[in-house]
Design a protein around this ligand. Sequence first.
Ligand code: PXL
Length: 275
Amino acid sequence: MTTQTPPLAFVIAGSEATGGAGIQVDLKTFQELGVYGVGTLTCIVSFDPKNGWGHRFVPVDPQVIADQFEAATATHDLDVVKIGMLGTPATIDVVGKALASRPWRHVVLDPVLICKGQEPGAALDTDNALREQVLPQATVVTPNLFEAKTLAGMDTIESVDDLVEAAKKIHARLDTSAGPRYVVAKGGVELAGPDAVDVLFDGEDVTVYSAPKVGEERVSGAGCTFAAAITAELTKGADVKAAVQTAKDMVTQGIQARVTANTPFATVWQGAYAG
Ligand code: PXL
């Protein structure tokens, strides 16, 4: 009998009960790319079908988050982690401290800033906590257009040049003393033009990734799939440039094969990725 150790990736994220976003997507993406997934749950989001599919949001107790992190990291030697939805300053505090308690080869941050079910007053506190406690620890950050505007402090992003400027501004907030840091700013369907454009800034060079848009509608789970695919590829030893290309390919194919449902939006099918 041979024993085989697959590559192991860790994700700290929320549950989205329909299977279309959050940690469900992260673990599916890891599996699709041949990576064994280990997950710590931060919150539970249940859309409300009686109420316009609004987000019902319940945070996991901070001590329970710390306990999950302890169990996961004591069981496995994990050196690559993806951070998804955190949701409250208390969650950000416990995750920020847990991250800082040990070294990582890569911390991939999908800076999920808002969830419709949260109190509006809490959003600014949450944004600030994320910016102060988690963002500096990230090696790769994957903001969408809205998150890029917020994190860069820009009013508008209307062109690929603006997107590059945002990526550079966000890069300036990362801790480059410990090694190279990367920002992947995603244009998505909201950035005008025929193509879905993403830009990678590594502190020196800009790489532009482009693929024809698949429709003009947002598809749920694209951001989660993208960051999770980067995480899986980095776990397997890819460099960041190549990991982003694989993630882009997987999301494009997953949107082409999207899963329609009773929600007003479709979701990415990770299983469509042909490699
Ligand atoms: O797609 C962003 C996202 C991430 N994580 C969770 C979510 C959502 C959006 O609904 O619910 C848990």
